[in-house]
Design a protein around this ligand. Sequence first.
Ligand code: EPU
Length: 302
Amino acid sequence: MRLENSKIVAALPELGVELRKGTALADQTSLGIGGTTDLLRTKKHETIPDLLSLLDANGISHKFLGGGSNLLVGDGELPWVVLQLARPEPDVVFEGNVAHVDAAADLGRTVTFCAKNDLGGMEGLIGVPGTVGGALRMNAGAYGMQIGSYVREVKLYRAADRKIEILKGDQISFEYRHTSFAPDDMMLAVKLELPSKPFKEILQGIRICNEKRRSSQPLGQKSAGCIFKNPPGASAGRMIDELGLKGHSAGDARVSDLHANFFVNAGKASATDMLTLIADVRERVHKGYGVDLENEVVVWNA
Ligand code: EPU
């Protein structure tokens, strides 16, 4: 979708918004898949309610993009514009054991930066691509930890109330790859309360997680991490693997040879290829195990 209304375009600079016309979302997602639309990069949190009122008043639908690392975007010209927070400098500020982190901060860099300040707990998240906001929205986790455990406060744009709100940690429920945030809430910033740990100790934990991840996940390839959530008490990757589906493909979308719950873009995969592969594998798992796998990857299909 292109913003053609000159009044809207003229209002953007004052709202702290940079317009990137005709952005290929394939370049913004770790899968390297996705069509084209106008991207609005916003440098100010405070003007987001006004920006969204302006878009709504003009019937322009929108979506919020984080780091694009857990996302499958449809092909072609997309019927909505995309909003993305610009990363401020600095994006992490410490106050004792509390890290004030902007939602646009890179997750891995934040884990490392906290470690350098002797704050640990998030070692398992090293190697998880994406932003802190994205990790928060879906309660990203790995190796026995999840980001939600450390959340003291979240600043977000609440679409239902059309305003910026602050939620305390205990007002939010964090479950396995799921939170009580509404789908149209936009994460803006978070206060994480982290346990004190010497840098060297944290570094050791980070190294162990890095090694485990490198040996079991196709990190160098274009993927969106795990495609399906694990069903209770089981592993989606193991089931897909046991069905002999490693290397199974639809066009250039392919089940990874290293981890069967990672589907990679092995060349010029389209969203249609990836969706075909997802549907095919889901059906085979259903036939083989009677289990309906739920998507972990977020799909923005036009
Ligand atoms: N397994 C196989 N074949 C495979 C993949 C896995 O047999 O192709 C087996 C493994 O050998 C292991 C078991 O299945 O015995 C579990 O595998 P793994 O330890 O890789 O964990 P997972 O359940 O597949 C989850 C998360 C990952 C996270 C890892 C490490 C989900 C859907 N996946 O994977 O998160 O990195 O644990 O904690 O919860 C993601 O969220 O995108 C993601 C990759």
